[in-house]
Write a protein that binds this ligand. Structure first.
Ligand SMILES: [Zn+2]
Length: 248
């Protein structure tokens, strides 16, 4: 009897190790498929900053800078920022596409500026809802929330928020001056084509798929689409082929 119990325990431990190995293998493959761009100018008035596997973006307006996301490490982001000949103090506002650490942890560098995030992200920000079983903590930085489809005029720029739930409930795209679209972790961009983001990191991939279809109907005037982990493209309509209304 004792031997049988021991055998079952060993089988259970074996299965747990197998499941964990598969999870981490999947994670590695997902991370490997990502392709952030090196720090530098990526479009007229737009600069990418690379911090590990993620990009955050600086946009230069007529009267100041705006950040889309903040990267993972404030010290590294500061160095990259200065390598672009700019000063983080010039940043007038920070917009977060969502609350994940790789987008939010550079926030202390911009503590002088308001940090905006969707009100739909509140369950994660307050710690009421957990991202992963091992990631449940209230958001560490001061923030202001915006409602879905809000708009801002800051630094001489016009910024519209487009709700894009799925990756997280409050995931948001930002449309700047009607032509630059920042999508955060709403989508992947592989060989120039839009697809779902890496599913292991999505809270609701079905919802994300709906958000991508919704976004596809709003890209008529978009000149460049910037993702947070997969680079950017100026062939925006081609990128969304497969997600357009008449492709269903
Ligand atoms: Zn991310």
């Amino acid at each position: 009897m004792k031997k049988k119990v021991l055998l079952w325990i060993l089988i259970l431990i074996g299965l747990l190790i197998l499941a964990a190995s598969l999870f981490f293998l999947n994670l590695r493959m997902g991370m490997k498929s990502m392709s952030p761009v090196p720090t530098g100018r990526v479009a007229e008035g737009v600069y990418a900053i690379q911090d590990d596997g993620v990009n955050c973006f600086v946009i230069r307006g007529d009267s100041g800078l705006v950040m889309i996301d903040t990267g993972t490490n404030p010290d590294h982001v500061r160095k990259e920022f200065e390598s672009l000949g700019m000063n983080p103090k010039q940043v007038k506002a920070v917009f977060l596409t969502h609350s994940d650490w790789d987008h939010a942890n550079g926030a202390p560098l911009f503590a002088h500026a308001p940090l905006y995030i969707s009100s739909a992200e509140l369950p994660l920000l307050t710690g009421k809802k957990s991202r992963f079983a091992f990631l449940k903590a209230p958001f560490k930085y001061a923030y202001r929330t915006f409602e879905p489809n809000a708009s801002f005029e800051i630094g001489g720029m016009f910024i519209q928020t487009i709700p894009a739930p799925g990756h997280t409930p409050g995931s948001t795209c930002f449309l700047v001056n009607d032509v630059y679209l920042f999508t955060g972790d709403l989508l992947s961009l592989k060989t120039g084509r839009v697809g779902l983001f890496f599913k292991t990191f999505n809270m609701d991939s079905d919802r994300e798929e709906e958000s991508i279809r919704d976004l596809a109907s709003k890209i008529q005037n978009v000149r460049i689409l910037f993702s947070a982990h997969y680079g950017y493209t100026d062939r925006v309509k081609e990128a969304f082929a497969g997600y357009m209304e008449n492709d269903r």
